[in-house]
Design a protein around this ligand. Sequence first.
Ligand code: GLP
Length: 247
Amino acid sequence: MRIVVARDYEELSKKAANILASQITLKPDSVLGLATGATPVGTYMELLRIYNEGDISFSEAVTFNLDEYYGLDKENNQSYYYFMMEHLFKHVNIKHKNIHIPDGRAKDIQEECIHYESKIAKAGGIDLQLLGIGRNGHIGFNEPDVKFEAETHLVTLDEDTIEANSRFFISPEEVPKQAISMGIKTIMHSKKILLLASGEEKAEIIYNMIYGKITPELPASVLQLHPDVIVLLDEEAASMLNKNRTS
Ligand code: GLP
């Protein structure tokens, strides 16, 4: 794991966008794994700025999102489809057929999951996977007690995740209880991974992810086994790492 500490959220977003922009520059037909949540919002904003200056093109890029709430329509403003359209896709020259997000309203979820995996494989696998991290250490929607060998599947959300994500809904009751998520195996097969974390509330989980034992109880800890991971933090999210250095 390579740990990079940015001064603040703004610098973190710039660094993350530069990494994504470099990936597309070096390999215009890159397969990007994309993430939602509050953390990557600044990254997408910065990526749009780079795009608007004419420095990158998405014309050959292919994307796969990590997850989607089960049961939400694409038009629902809390769906991850809606999020991605608003924050990135509708502003750039990506081909619609190259955008992939699990369909939360698919009639046959099992079939949708298998199909999603085969589309990733057919695209040649993910070149660069962007990740955030949940307060409980989840990546995508792979909650504690995850099966490391799982591919894309239907997950039941933790109470803690429902509570954390209720900030985006009118009330916690409105947060879907299930989601379709790439599995840990899918994520681990990505060639390169960029995990972002910002703010003090992520400091402890980041410390445990990096220095703790590898356990399904902390899904992101499995990233210790991946050969090419960049953990990009702001100073607050990195604040407990310094303690480790002095102890
Ligand atoms: C959601 C997403 C995750 C994301 C996490 C953290 O649950 N499924 O992919 O990493 O939230 O979100 P935030 O960046 O808002 O803390």
